[in-house]
Write a protein that binds this ligand. Sequence first.
Ligand code: PMT
Length: 220
Amino acid sequence: DKKDSLKGKKVLITAGPTYEKIDPVRFIGNHSSGKMGFAIAEECANHGAEVQLVSGPVSLKTNNPNIKVTQVTSALEMLKATDSMSSSSDILIFSAAVSDYRPSSPVSTKIKKESSTPPTIDLTENPDIALTIGKKKRKDQYSLGFALETNDEQANAEKKLEKKNFNAIVLNSLNDEGAGFGHDTNKISIIGKNKKHLDLPLKDKRSLAKDIVKYIIDDL
Ligand code: PMT
């Protein structure tokens, strides 16, 4: 039944944004609140899973004894934490909004507004956490990614599904009202490797977490 359908399973989830340091007071970040990832973590724990949640800076907390939260700040830290737990995990869920770039050389003192020309920030590509782990995923491991799109949504999501070696991908589009970052609601489609496609209406992220976890359980 519901309480034990993930009993004995280890689930690793990334959530929230990453902050990439520019100087001691500034960073490059994004609007992720962590709500989607935390809701999935709660739902997996409710099914009896042992959950490791690697989260960027968010204001959310959980009291669930089956969820262990590792707090990180940057993409490099998120990779390190996630990678160290990936091989012992049965199910991997990548819901974090990871910054694709970071400032190449963060400055150790506050950048002052003193020169006549605005400063330029040189960027370096961050590692792709889902791709790094996807490359070494074993047959006995299941992974689900997310795709946050603004255009050519379906095609881009299918490309990410393939490239990052996910078993399934959750597509959300910033063109849909009430979907994506911050809101309590989201509107998603779940696209499977088998082309099994599930379109869900706009609803609460906790309710969608139930649909996502049910999809995974049916797919295992
Ligand atoms: O946190 P909320 O406010 O509730 O918002 C939820 C959400 C919008 C953040 C979430 O639903 C979502 O879409 N998360 C993924 C956002 C994203 O960055 O998607 P992407 O299309 O850029 O990345 C594709 C996949 O690769 C994702 O699974 C992402 O976690 C992963 N990735 C991307 C880049 C990177 N360097 N490392 C990664 O692991």
